[in-house]
Write a protein that binds this ligand. Structure first.
Ligand SMILES: Cc1cc2nc3c(=O)[nH]c(=O)nc-3n(C[C@H](O)[C@H](O)[C@H](O)COP(=O)(O)O)c2cc1C
Length: 303
């Protein structure tokens, strides 16, 4: 018998449970279908899409370290037109909410992506602001409250469904960035993206990654992500999707207690494709053991 209420609301979306797959770790939702029915998820997020096709960074692009994985995939993707042609048809048929992750190097890129996707039956946009702003000499959009405000406002003007802004942890004050996104009418925030990182091969005396620098994900970043979710939850009124190193139900529950309404699973998908389902079961066990009927009794309840 399962009479637990795991439903959560993210913008206009009613998710049946808080388990989401993180962008870039779940492809376009096809590959994982051979392991389980992806309709068991609360929602799925697609890998990041840009206006033009991108080849990504030179290899090697992923390195496993003792503290998690560092990737410098560099947003390899087929570009929005091929995405619309080849992926949208199957995504529209899914009975699970789909969040499309978009990235750009100019504010206008984000506006165009939102306009193009607005024509299709897509549930939500997740806007990755961790990209270099080419017009401002490569400074990352996501590190400046003003740029985050402008991107959010521009996308909002071109998209009336659920709008999620995904924040980068590579900033001094994540609270002011979160407030800028809220002020520009984001419906929800995802946090966090990967943490700037590097690995070096001492024998070759070279950086391991082709791009030298990449982004760290996995268990090593969980405590960083948790602190950021907690801090942001104190400052904004919109729902948060917490992510960063979640491998177990216990990890996910920490994010929910800290104030996240939902959680996204990234690197854990590479370790065990069934992770989201296992984590969901562990959350349900915790609820039963502790006499909770609804997930809402847990969200933000850190004492
Ligand atoms: C290989 C890889 C590719 C990623 N690609 C994207 C992306 O395209 N867009 C994005 O917003 N985040 C991307 N991310 C970041 C993840 O969605 C997530 O925010 C991050 O990995 C932290 O969660 P985790 O520790 O559970 O993996 C990527 C992460 C990895 C490991």
């Amino acid at each position: 018998m399962n009479n637990l209420d795991l439903g959560v609301k993210i913008g206009q979306l009613e998710l049946k449970n808080p388990l989401i797959t993180a962008s870039g770790t779940f492809g376009f939702g096809k590959e994982y279908g051979q392991y389980y029915d992806i309709h068991s998820l609360g929602a799925m997020t697609t890998k990041g899409i840009t206006l033009q096709p991108r080849e990504g960074n030179p290899p090697p692009r992923i390195v496993e370290t003792s503290a998690g994985i560092i990737n410098s995939v560099g947003l390899e993707n087929p570009g929005i037109n091929a995405f619309i042609r080849e992926e949208i048809p199957h995504l529209q048929k899914l009975k699970v909410p789909v969040m499309i992750n978009i990235s750009g190097n100019k504010i206008e890129d984000y506006a165009l992506l939102a306009q193009k996707l607005g024509k299709y039956d897509i549930d939500a946009l997740e806007v990755n602001v961790s990209c270099p702003n080419v017009k401002q000499g490569g400074m990352n959009f996501g590190t400046q409250p003003q740029s985050v405000y402008e991107i959010t406002k521009t996308v909002r003007e071109n998209w009336d469904k659920t709008l999620i802004i995904k924040l980068t942890p590579n900033v001094t004050n994540i609270g002011e960035i979160a407030l800028a996104a809220q002020e520009a009418k984001a419906d929800a925030l995802s946090l966090i993206n990967t943490v700037v990182a590097m690995d070096i091969d001492i024998h070759r005396q070279r950086a391991v990654l082709g791009n030298r620098i990449g982004g760290l994900s996995g268990p090593a970043i969980l405590p960083i992500a948790l602190a950021m979710v907690y801090q942001v939850a104190q400052q904004v009124d919109i729902p948060l999707i917490g992510m960063g190193g979640i491998l177990s139900g216990e990890d996910a529950l920490k994010f929910l207690l800290a104030g996240a309404s939902a959680v996204a699973i990234g690197t854990a998908n590479f370790i065990n494709p069934l992770s989201p389902l296992n984590i969901l079961e562990e959350i349900e066990d915790y609820m039963r053991t502790n006499g909770y009927q609804s997930l809402r009794e847990i969200i933000g309840q850190l004492k």
